[in-house]
Design a binder for this molecule. Structure first.
Ligand code: ZN
Length: 132
């Protein structure tokens, strides 16, 4: 049983041997990076892989807000390296970049407090009209 705060996994012997061989060959180099055990080396490999995966993953939208007014939201799509305009069409949002109203840019806008506020203001006159 691994000690508290640790978990163990089982891997194929061939995979284990390959990793162990690399660890063994680079022991001194790895020690300089603060990696002193085989378990530490495998942890180090997994952490490096996660860092790379985060940077390149298509499934992690990397978007930032540039500006908001009552007609449009301007976003920076960091992954595509493009400026994206999302317009308010009546009370619906539509993305001028994707030509969709359900893309990740619209999704990003829908969770912005400013957009929720603007949509609330747009809905208000409609509600008044239906009450009459
Ligand atoms: Zn879009």
């Amino acid at each position: 049983m691994p000690k508290n705060g640790f978990k163990s996994i089982t891997v194929n012997e061939r995979v284990y041997d390959r990793f162990y061989q690399i660890f063994f060959d680079q022991k001194e180099k790895l020690a300089m990076k603060g990696v002193n055990s085989f378990a530490g080396y495998v942890t180090h490999c997994l952490e490096e892989m996660m860092k790379k995966d985060e940077t390149f993953s298509k499934f992690t939208p990397k978007i930032e807000k540039i500006s908001v007014d009552d007609k449009r939201v301007i976003l920076n799509d960091i992954i595509k390296n493009r400026i994206v305009e999302v317009q308010f069409d009546q009370n619906k949002l539509s993305c001028m970049f994707c030509n969709f109203d359900d893309c990740k840019h619209v999704g990003f806008c829908e969770s912005m407090p400013e957009v929720i506020e603007i949509q609330g203001m747009m809905q208000f006159p409609k509600k008044r009209r239906t009450k009459k």
